[in-house]
Design a binder for this molecule. Structure first.
Ligand code: FAD
Length: 412
């Protein structure tokens, strides 16, 4: 089964490489989009449907592959409570999102043929398959006439002032054993949608960048007892303390790992947690400390057990932790289980890259560079990141739609 899946993937890749190699490109396009991920596809579709000749340059062998891993393969593509407050730079995001961001995103996907379902405000494709989201976008891009030039990596960008165009140097590589070739393409408008991570594409413009770092990932914490909990899950409230006071409170499933904590609630805390911060875990958020104490009191000293309240293994480790802290009031302890953050963990699986091109260099309502007309930056390439729950993809779609529409309108 695994072999046949691998064989199918190999076949798809080989076909994609052949398609990429056989594609002949024009020397110039109205709109060139660097990166065919979530934001790039939304931008290219919007620009092409508005009448601009549009090219995507994508370094992977197909566009939209980053979408496939989202939401554990189910793609949590937006959120019913889409508001700017869920992002790092709310005033900038608010101006980009406009008045009806959710309706705009849903209209976009309705027009792409996607049906959806929701759980606790998080929207997923009805099929619960991220492949559905990617597929409807690729098909819509094709219908709109977007040229998707894959296996091509943008290397650098320069501005040709004489012709008022952008020149993109592109490295073409259609197979591991093949010679790499280089070409230069010209764009009237350029949209940078190359995602997070290091990004030297705009170095010639000296565009300021905020240092990048992983976000939405697990946290490592101090405690030798965590080893015994590896893999255990519990619904909990988590409060992050910076000094004396709780700085942020999250509710959700916490996954204990040998090195610390994981799970969606923890991912959200990871956006601001720093070494030395304290996390208090309330393992029984639906009951007060008094109610838990009362239940145990009613059972009597000899029968008091936490196994009916918590997973038995979790209960045992919590008791051991309480003992090692000389904490007598166990009801209090399970409502305030303390852990000290030592850093980010498992960053290879971080869901978002924080940092990127500084928003201060861009117009929030068009995403066009203030000092470089005709150059746009969208998605994770900009210094915008949001909480878990469909917010990051929402930003990708909406920022793409905004820049795509502006770029195309100024080409007309
Ligand atoms: C495991 C995982 C799960 C996630 N789940 C969710 C979720 O459920 N909901 C949610 O809202 N968010 C989720 N996210 C975050 C979300 O996927 C990103 O915020 C979003 O994909 C960013 O879109 P983007 O287009 O800016 O960047 P990307 O989607 O990363 O796309 C960038 C594209 O540019 C291409 N590229 C890069 N450099 C070049 C270059 N020089 N030349 C040509 N092409 C280039 C890349 O190959 C890529 O295709 C998840 C992220 C991860 C990693």
């Amino acid at each position: 089964m695994a072999t046949s899946k691998a064989a199918t993937r190999k076949k798809i890749r080989a076909q994609a490489l052949r398609t990429a190699r056989s594609l002949s490109l024009l020397p110039s396009y109205d709109v060139v989009v660097l990166g065919g991920g979530a934001a790039g596809l939304a931008a290219a579709i919007t620009a092409a449907e508005a009448g601009a000749s549009t090219l995507i340059i994508e370094k992977d062998y197909e566009c939209g592959r980053t979408i496939l891993a989202t939401g554990n393969g189910r793609c949590n593509f937006t959120n019913l409570y889409l508001e700017a407050k869920h992002f790092n730079n709310p005033s900038f995001v608010e101006a980009t999102l406009g008045h009806t961001p959710l309706e705009d995103i849903l209209s976009f996907f309705r027009a792409s043929g996607l049906m959806w379902t929701q759980k606790e405000g998080r929207l997923y494709p009805r099929s619960l398959s991220a492949a559905s989201v990617r597929s409807v976008l690729l098909k819509r891009a094709q219908r709109a006439g977007v040229v998707m030039a894959c296996c091509r990596e943008a290397q650098s960008v320069n501005y040709d002032a004489k012709n008022d165009t952008y020149q993109v140097d592109v490295r073409e590589n259609f197979a591991e054993d093949e010679h790499v070739t280089y070409t230069t393409l010209s764009a009237r408008k350029l949209i940078v949608a190359s995602g997070g991570g290091s990004n030297e594409l705009l170095d010639s413009f000296k565009m300021p960048r905020i240092a990048t770092r992983p976000g939405l990932c697990a946290l490592s914490c101090e405690s030798s007892l965590l080893n015994k909990l590896d893999g255990k899950r519990s619904q909990a409230n988590l409060s992050l303390f910076k000094g004396m006071f709780p700085h942020m409170v999250e509710h959700g499933e916490v996954l204990f790992r040998s090195y610390g904590l994981s799970g969606i609630a923890v991912f959200n805390l990871s956006r601001i947690a720093e070494p030395g911060d304290k996390i208090e875990i309330d393992l029984v958020p639906e009951y007060s400390e008094g109610e838990i104490g009362q239940r145990l009191f009613e059972l009597g000293m000899d029968n008091a057990t936490y196994d009916g309240i918590l997973d038995p293994e979790l209960a045992q480790v919590v008791l051991d932790m309480a003992r090692s802290c000389h904490e007598q009031n166990i009801a209090h302890f399970i409502k305030h289980l303390p852990l000290v953050v030592t850093g980010l963990a498992d960053t290879a699986h971080a869901q978002v890259t924080r940092g990127g091109f500084d928003c201060a260099s861009f117009c929030a309502t068009t995403l066009e560079a203030l000092e470089q007309p005709g150059l746009y930056c969208i998605g994770e390439a900009l210094d915008i990141d949001g909480e878990c729950g469909g917010f990051n993809l929402s930003w990708a779609w909406k920022s793409g739609m905004v820049a795509g529409a502006c770029a195309a309108s100024t080409c007309a």
